[in-house]
Design a protein around this ligand. Structure first.
Ligand code: AMP
Length: 471
């Protein structure tokens, strides 16, 4: 998963982008980058690791100009290496461009093979570079026409930002799989345009959300202002449900719905679908922080049980799932969470988390809670069983590693050593999103491939083996 942020028309564009990326850090912690323009040329800086660690005032000062785009990344295509960090910035026949992309292209292996056969030499392992090559080879004249021409050939998920010397362009794929929002802020009597993966990044810099970028929409920012057009064939919407379940920040608003309210509603519906057995009304509801907190609040509200912080999270550890190495991830659970014995002892505990992927985290959590003296541990998950990998920009393990792809809920209960396990149904999940969005149920469409195996865009064949740089 990744995050993008862009500013058009502010003399401190790079500084604002740095701050915006800060607020999007949860979307990717492997690498970060910013590219800016002073209308004459592009400047770019990319680093491995967190935004805060990678940019000093010297680098930010060198990122000149009044427009900038930024990117935070964790790898879904390509390895964790600086060559794959974004924005990718290149020179082509008529100038320079920088490109930052959130999502995954499903036909990029085929396109890359075609481009390589025609002589293209790829510098990175990312699918994003495919767009760059298609752009550079396009016979169209202007930057926006070249970009649209390139994007007509790609399939899959993309919310992206392109920066040239004189334009910033934002595009969301025709299904709107990944989020992208338009914002603004004032500077004197002028309006500054902002674009980001999530609107929370606007709050930090005193900006405000205008609206979601629409599926298939292209927004061009230049000296003439902002233009919007829809050059692609219209498709059925397929916004990623996992953004609501886990990925986006709870204080974000996506497609007219507060992510926090959606998650609380998921918890309420989970309590209706999977209450505790009769007579267990002395139970306590414990969230797995931070991702399980809003759903646990909803669960506690609907069940009338008390909400307790039975697990305490260290705030000096990021999203442990994102750690590419298995050994670190396993250790990570202990590093991140500690049981609060005073709360858990002798209690029936309903532990609420947003998702179970491999099951390794939940298994450790159940043991931790039991070891702290709980008499029963009931696991409640505010999403359906994750059975299928994502090919549209969320890093998921292979199908074999997804515990629910091969095991029933009874088997998962045994593996987790829990007293019971209850997953939210897909109908309740989409219903909750629709309710909070304020649309009649089943009106809006979502991508639920990870739960249902129904992929809205055909999925790619096995990826090709590629050169691997180490160190
Ligand atoms: P596990 O079942 O051990 O694989 O880990 C599941 C936990 O990781 C869940 O509780 C989520 O909070 C978190 N999680 C789920 N999917 C992702 C993802 N794609 N990227 C990062 N974290 C995730």
């Amino acid at each position: 998963m990744c995050g993008v942020f862009g500013v058009w028309g502010h003399p401190e564009a790079a500084n604002l982008t740095y701050l915006g990326l800060h607020a999007l850090q949860h979307r990717g912690q492997e690498s970060a980058g910013i590219a800016s323009t002073d209308r004459e040329r592009l400047y770019a800086h990319r680093v491995m690791g967190l935004v805060q660690a990678g940019f000093s005032s010297r680098e930010l000062g060198e990122l000149k100009g009044d427009a900038a785009i930024g990117h935070v990344r964790y790898s879904t295509a390509g390895t964790s290496h600086l060559k794959n960090a974004q924005p990718l910035a290149v020179d082509y026949a008529s100038g320079s461009i920088a490109l930052g992309h959130n999502g995954n292209l499903t036909n990029h292996d085929a396109l890359r093979a075609e481009l390589e056969a025609a002589g293209s030499i790829f510098q990175s392992g990312t699918d994003t570079e495919t767009i760059i090559h298609l752009f550079a080879r396009s016979k169209m004249a202007g930057v926006e026409d070249r970009l649209v021409d390139a994007l007509r050939k790609v399939e899959g998920a993309y919310s992206l930002l392109l920066l040239s010397e004189r334009k910033m362009i934002a595009v969301r794929d025709p299904m709107g799989i990944r989020p992208l929002v338009l914002g603004k802020m004032r500077r004197g009597d002028r309006e500054v345009a902002l674009v980001a993966s999530e609107p929370t990044s606007f709050d930090l810099i005193g900006g405000e959300m205008v609206r979601d970028v629409r599926p298939g929409e292209v927004l061009v920012f230049d000296d003439e202002g902002m233009r919007s057009f829809f050059p692609f064939e219209q498709k059925t919407r397929a916004m990623c449900l996992f953004e609501y379940v886990y990925f986006a920040r709870p204080d974000a608003n996506l497609e007219g719905a507060s992510v926090y309210e959606v998650r609380k509603e998921l918890g309420r519906r989970l309590a209706e679908e999977h209450p505790l057995p009769a007579g267990a009304d002395d139970g306590i509801v414990v969230p797995v922080p931070d991702s399980g907190v809003p759903a646990a609040i909803g669960f506690a509200e609907a069940s009338g049980l008390s909400f307790q912080m039975g697990l305490i999270r260290s705030h000096y550890v990021g999203r442990t799932f994102i750690e590419p190495q298995d050994s670190i991830r396993h250790f990570g659970v202990r590093l991140k969470l500690n049981p609060n014995r005073a709360v858990l002892q002798n209690k029936r505990v309903i532990v609420v988390d947003d998702s179970v992927v491999r099951g390794t985290t939940s298994r450790k959590i159940v043991k931790m809670i039991r070891d702290a003296g709980a008499k029963e541990v009931h696991v409640r998950v505010s999403s359906p069983p994750t059975k299928w990998p994502c090919f549209y920009g969320i890093a998921t393990p292979t199908r074999e590693e997804l515990i629910a792809s091969s095991q029933s809920t009874a088997e998962i209960t045994a593996y987790l050593e829990a007293d019971s396990v209850g997953y939210l149904s897909l109908g309740a999940l989409t219903g909750a999103c629709d309710t909070v969005q304020g649309v009649p149920s089943r009106q809006s469409k979502y991508c639920h491939a990870c739960f249902s195996g129904e992929y809205p865009v055909p999925i790619p064949s096995a990826p090709a083996h590629r050169l691997r740089l180490v160190g």
